[in-house]
Design a protein around this ligand. Structure first.
Ligand code: HEC
Length: 176
């Protein structure tokens, strides 16, 4: 038990070193794509069949986690992957756009947005960046010289509802 605790502590220590050096990382899974493949057959495209505010039925985040963990599509999902999926589920429950960064290429960042109908904008220290949409629920931001992922802020907007994701904080929105 002691050993498990100290390993967990080491994990936290390593994670903070990574943050300290600006080593931000993409999410462990393509959350929106995984949802569409493994969950949408029962809960609808982009979570359309999940009730608005469903998360309020659960007394604690832990209870909601247990439900999602028990889903047929969640079998074999690692804990960090489940965390990312839960964040998406919170966004669906709140009917807010969800943003996730999924991939770092040499010259660009790639991620997902749900719903696909949401508009996506990005900035790095006030400078507006160009956002491409290679697929309806995908975004791609070319990295200008000297701009690091942790400088980037991404905004998704649907109607009047906005979600802001700062990559220095997390690779996906709705962490709480
Ligand atoms: C075979 C159908 C099926 C699949 C596939 C499935 N679910 Fe479910 N899900 C259900 C059913 C039935 C319930 C309600 C029963 C329950 O609470 O256990 C539910 C409940 C939920 C809830 C709680 C909704 C509420 O209103 O309380 C969430 C969130 C959820 N599922 C997410 C997921 C995610 C994420 C996946 C994919 C990893 C997934 N489900 C895959 C059938 C499915």
């Amino acid at each position: 038990m002691r050993r498990a605790i100290s390993l967990a502590g080491l994990g936290i220590a390593l994670a903070s070193v990574a943050i300290g050096t600006g080593g931000v990382r993409p999410a462990p899974i393509k959350v929106v794509d995984t949802y569409e493949r493994k969950c949408s057959s029962c809960h609808g495209k982009e979570g359309a069949m999940l009730d608005k505010g469903f998360e309020k039925k659960y007394a604690s985040p832990r209870e909601l986690r247990e439900v999602v963990e028990s889903m047929p599509g969640a079998i074999g999902m690692r804990s960090d992957e489940l965390d990312a999926m839960l964040a998406y589920m919170r966004a669906v429950s709140r009917r807010e756009p969800f943003l996730v960064w999924t991939e770092r290429r040499s010259d660009a960042l790639v991620g997902e947005v749900s719903p696909a109908a949401a508009r996506v904008e990005a900035r790095a220290k006030r400078e507006k960046l160009r956002v491409e949409r290679p697929q309806p629920s995908q975004w791609r931001i070319a990295l200008p010289k000297g701009v690091r992922p942790d400088d980037i802020e991404i905004i998704a907007q649907r109607g009047t509802v906005r979600t802001t994701l700062r990559l220095k904080d997390s690779p996906y929105s709705h962490t709480k």
